[in-house]
Design a protein around this ligand. Structure first.
Ligand code: FCB
Length: 449
């Protein structure tokens, strides 16, 4: 079948998770508190008062979860390392017991023939660093680089390293809108955090380069921005939203300049110093991870802070439980855009998936989730289209391996291809997990059956 060849040999077929969302045991074995531990324990911040105290109990059930990945036939797994497990105070001595967990995970994965792909920062900053300003303190770039070197030197079985996961979400959710940890609501804080995140990324790549040749990358979340009408105002709003979310991070990291629109978007919160420093934010990376869930259709609306671009719900489309529009062709659009605007750096889809309603308990040991099956099929077909056009996509990671703590939504949004009964910790492979397994085992051919 012609389609079979669309996915090259060696394509990484994986699933993704992050530490705070699945591990539980947040203070075990000398681990320091993270900003997410604090945030979740602050009343009103996470739905239903949910916390990551137990989550999927992965810290204690890790070998069982790796066995599950093996059963599914995955050949890659993207996880994140909790900075406060490795360096409890954020700077200073390394906590070998914390590092040991990830040593065991990497070993277990390699024994199972699964390529470990590690993210160094998936939002769980050591709380001790937040006390010193966290991402607002310019010293954070050096703190992060030291932590990154400690991980890279200790875990040489990791195939791909990502510095940051979704710096836009960290700055926008954590520092501008205050809906994610550490909960600031300030354009000044958001602009400063964004700049320091980019400085930290560059510092970590440069510091790790001698120990991790060919493996260092960055993960961003991208969304095509479409104007709600052809009016000049709506089109300008879409351009601003694109600058704020997509180009804000990739332009400095890959081209060495901030998009010119940012000064107007942030207003007095934008410092000229950011533009002056931007050339230093560019550093060569070996791969780029793209997280894709949805697109945004926007209209001009001065009340929409800070971009003046308000989302317009597409009533003709299906939506996920998170209210995100299901829009598979957006994945192909954004991958082509990255390739065209930036460079030929190898691309990986490091997250893609959907929250649809699943019951809390798997009746008769089954979870039928046809909406998630369609979502995965349609998005993977979009990846196949890109490959046919010559876009260099080298892997795909479903978000998520397991139902987990969806940040401020708590456990109310299930993204897993494996269902978790949070009362018993029982895992049940969903129909989407079985479907994905067939896709993986056929190197993509099952997408076209
Ligand atoms: C992404 C995050 C991931 C998860 C998915 C649904 O923004 O990287 O942790 O929350 O969204």
């Amino acid at each position: 079948m012609a389609q079979e060849s669309r996915f090259p040999a060696g394509f990484l077929w994986g699933a993704a998770t992050s530490a705070y969302q699945i591990e539980g045991s947040p203070l075990a074995d000398g681990t320091g508190a993270s900003i997410w531990h604090r945030f979740a324990h602050t009343p009103g911040m996470v739905r239903d008062g949910d916390t990551g105290d137990v989550a999927c109990d992965h810290y204690r059930r890790m070998p069982e979860d790796v066995a599950l990945m093996r059963e599914l036939g995955l050949n890659a797994y993207r996880f994140s390392i909790a900075w406060p497990r490795v360096v409890p105070n954020g700077t200073g001595p390394v906590n070998e017991r914390g590092l040991d967990f990830y040593r065991r995970l990497v070993d277990e994965l390699r024994k199972a023939g699964i390529a470990p792909v590690a993210t160094l920062y998936h939002w769980d900053l050591p709380a001790a660093l937040d006390d010193r300003g966290g991402w607002l303190n310019p010293d954070v770039a050096g703190w992060f680089a030291d932590y990154a070197v400690a991980c890279v030197r200790a875990l040489d079985g990791v195939e791909l390293w990502a510095t940051l996961n979704e710096p836009w979400v960290v700055a926008d959710g954590g520092y501008l809108h205050g809906v994610l940890a550490p909960g600031h609501r300030s354009a000044f804080a958001a602009a400063a955090a964004a700049h320091n995140l980019l400085r930290a990324h560059a510092a970590a790549v440069d510091a790790c380069r001698p120990f991790a040749a060919g493996k260092l990358g960055l993960v961003v979340n991208l969304a095509p921005k479409h104007p709600a009408s052809e009016s000049a105002d709506d089109r300008a709003a879409a351009v601003r939203d694109d600058a704020y979310m997509n180009r804000h991070y990739l332009d400095p990291a890959l081209l060495g300049a901030y998009p010119p629109e940012l000064a107007a978007i942030y207003g007095e919160a934008w410092s000229e110093r950011y533009d002056e420093d931007a050339a230093q934010l560019r550093t060569p990376i070996d791969w780029l991870g793209v997280n894709y869930y949805t697109r945004n259709v926007v209209r001009h609306d001065t009340a929409a802070w800070p971009t003046g671009a308000a989302a317009v719900r597409q009533r003709q489309s299906a939506h996920m439980e998170t209210n995100w529009e299901v829009y598979p062709t957006g994945l192909a659009e954004i991958l082509r855009w990255v390739r065209q605007r930036y460079c030929e750096v190898p691309l990986y889809v490091t997250e893609n998936g959907a929250a649809f309603y699943d019951p809390p308990v798997a009746a008769d040991g089954r979870i039928d989730d046809p909406l998630r099956v369609s979502y995965l099929r349609d998005h993977l077909r979009a990846v196949a289209d890109c490959l046919a056009d010559g876009v260099d996509v080298r892997g795909y990671f479903a978000w998520s391996l397991l139902d987990n703590l969806e940040w401020a939504h708590g456990f109310s949004k299930r993204f897993g291809i494996v269902h978790v009964d949070f009362a018993t910790q029982r895992r049940t492979v969903k129909a989407s997990g079985r479907f994905y397994s067939q896709v993986v085992r056929s190197n993509g051919a099952a997408l076209f059956d």
